[in-house]
Design a protein around this ligand. Structure first.
Ligand SMILES: Cc1cc2nc3c(=O)[nH]c(=O)nc-3n(C[C@H](O)[C@H](O)[C@H](O)COP(=O)(O)OP(=O)(O)OC[C@H]3O[C@@H](n4cnc5c(N)ncnc54)[C@H](O)[C@@H]3O)c2cc1C
Length: 403
């Protein structure tokens, strides 16, 4: 395979990260082949995307169509709803406190995927083959994908956007560590009799978070993390009983609740690879990191994978699949992914743990963040964009020293 003549990038996977990667890499003038079936229209989840991720999508021209179907997140509240001896205080993060109108938007996955799908279909530089990759051959200075329709495609770089089980990652020989949690997420949308005021509330419970996120109108989405048996039992309830359980768990802060049709249950786990790129394959999205849905991190991180990959490819246009380029990508993504995955897994384990010292540490941490405005601002800025909280704190300190 001659990579000088064939700088093509093959992207496997048509979830939100694969579609975003195809648009972003085609926009910088790379020849792109995307492999995978059209995304499912049956995904009832919503995704909270923070402003940096939204700015990236806006640059790809997909945000304008999504906007009216999404709700802004102006306030995020964490309430300790555990029944333990030591409980943390309610912590409230307001976007206005750091001079922002909102932290991000809560977007129905169906609308996000549909907007990305039509932008990809209309992009002249993307060749979309709507079938799965069946096998990979890596070597001879390139990568070859055999597709389910019998066709083949050769490239200089394969982008693995093929999800948590990632066959492309396995073909590159990248090992992963995987842990499954005794938890599952029940996901649904509901309407309520009181307005949400664009506030999202995350109730921390002994089985995991119960997170309400606003949607347009008097509607919200819910991710309710419980043990897998309870998730199945809740999902099997009739609408009236489930509405009652949701309202009770929310302490009626949004008034009467009416769940909408369609409930989905997702088992929770965590997967991390030992490297983020190797053997002409770069990992993005859930192929690169899986962790529990706490604090709206997964897709935000996936979009940062794409942003960094675009930069590495721009610097290595002739052959974006060399070991030098892939090592640079690995170094760029490692700190961000490990920090986010570590924080989310630690918070999740601290909720599940019955040990008193762990409960003390968690409630003391929440107390410090809740009671100390500069620390809250640091968390809010870091939540939006890694490094920006510390950068803002340092510039504040420099300003004080100058005075
Ligand atoms: C309940 C829940 C709530 C969440 N909420 C948020 C949130 O609020 N904010 C946030 O940022 N993140 C959130 N996340 C995380 C977010 O959903 C994921 O990070 C995101 O969906 C990952 O997208 P992806 O494209 O990497 O993977 P996927 O969506 O899994 O897509 C992988 C694709 O690869 C395809 N594929 C597999 N094998 C092959 C093959 N051989 N050839 C070609 N294609 C293949 C599949 O068909 C699929 O389309 C949440 C997750 C869960 C479970």
């Amino acid at each position: 395979m001659d990579t000088e003549r064939n700088g093509r990038i093959i992207i496997a996977g048509t979830g939100p990260v694969g579609l975003t990667a195809a648009l972003a890499l085609a926009d910088i003038g790379m020849p792109v082949t995307l492999a995978g079936p059209p995304p499912s229209s049956d995904d009832r989840r919503t995704t909270a995307l923070m402003t940096p991720a939204l700015a990236f999508l806006d640059g790809l021209g997909v945000l304008a169509v999504i906007g009216p179907r999404a709700a802004p997140l102006k306030v995020m509240r964490i309430a300790d709803a555990t029944k333990r001896l030591i409980r943390g205080p309610v912590v409230i993060f307001r976007a206005a406190e750091i001079g922002e109108d909102h932290f991000g938007l809560n977007i129905p996955n169906r609308d996000l995927n549909a907007a990305l799908e039509s932008a990809v279909a209309a992009h002249p530089a993307i060749e979309w083959r709507r079938v799965l990759v069946e096998s990979w051959t890596i070597g001879g200075g390139g990568v070859l994908a055999r597709l389910a329709d019998g066709s083949t495609v050769e490239g200089a770089l394969a982008v693995a956007a093929d999800g948590r089980l990632s066959p492309a990652r396995a073909a590159a020989g990248i090992r992963v560590t995987t842990r499954s949690y005794p938890q599952a997420a029940l996901v649904l949308n509901f309407s309520h009799s009181r307005g949400h005021g664009f506030v999202s509330t995350e109730f921390h419970t002994e089985t995991g978070p119960f997170t309400q996120v606003p949607l347009p109108g008097d509607r919200s989405s819910l991710v309710w993390v419980v043990n897998p048996k309870t998730a199945e039992e809740l999902a099997a309830l009739d609408d009236a009983s489930l509405s009652e359980r949701v309202e009770e768990q929310m302490q009626s802060i949004l008034g009467r609740v009416a769940v909408e049709p369609g409930r989905q249950v997702y088992p929770l786990g965590a997967t991390l690879p030992v490297r983020f790129a190797q053997n002409r394959v770069a990992l993005v999205g859930e192929a690169a990191h899986v962790f529990p849905p706490i604090g709206a991190q997964g897709l935000n991180l996936g979009i940062r994978d794409v942003r960094d990959l675009v930069q590495i490819v721009t610097e290595n246009r002739n052959d974006p699949g060399t070991e030098r380029a892939l090592s640079a990508y690995d170094r760029r993504r490692r700190p961000d992914v490990l920090a986010r995955a570590g924080a989310v897994n630690l918070l999740n384990l601290s909720l599940l743990s019955d040990m008193l010292p762990v409960q003390l540490a968690r409630s003391a941490g929440l107390g410090m963040v809740g009671g100390f405005a500069p620390l809250r601002a640091l968390f809010m800025r870091e939540g939006l964009q890694p490094g920006s909280g510390f950068a803002s704190m340092l510039s504040g300190l420099r300003e004080q020293v100058r005075r």
